[in-house]
Design a protein around this ligand. Sequence first.
Ligand SMILES: [Fe+2]
Length: 155
Amino acid sequence: MGKLEWIDSLSVGVESIDDEHKKLIKIANSIIKMSRDFSDTDQFTRAMSYLREYTVLHFSNEEAYMVSINYPDLTKHSAEHARLKRIVKEFQSKIYHKEEIESDEVLEFMKGWLVAHVLGSDMKIKEYIEEQKAKAISEKKGKAIIGNSSVKSFS
Ligand SMILES: [Fe+2]
């Protein structure tokens, strides 16, 4: 059965963001499952609304996090969030007007949409955090070297 799976390489290295991504995958999987036995349209519609709500919450949390770390590409990333929110809204209204839902279509949508978000844009947050960490370490090393040489000059 096709479903989305969390793998460690999807981690952006920030626990709260990873947890929300895991939750998004969980919601997406429950929608994929429902689409295979499409008997309860109300339940499906509610699940899609929940996905949208959770997406809005997650993007806003992620944007707050980016602000907190002075992320330089915040504007670009927020624009990407706006685009992904539009896409999920379009998909929601598309299936709302449909009488039958192809489960493969739902699976493919969730795969592309979530992967586009996590791998496409969030991995750049990870790269930035790692760059900042490396910079802090090399600055520390630099200071240690300067510290040592000044000790030497007094001896
Ligand atoms: Fe995210």
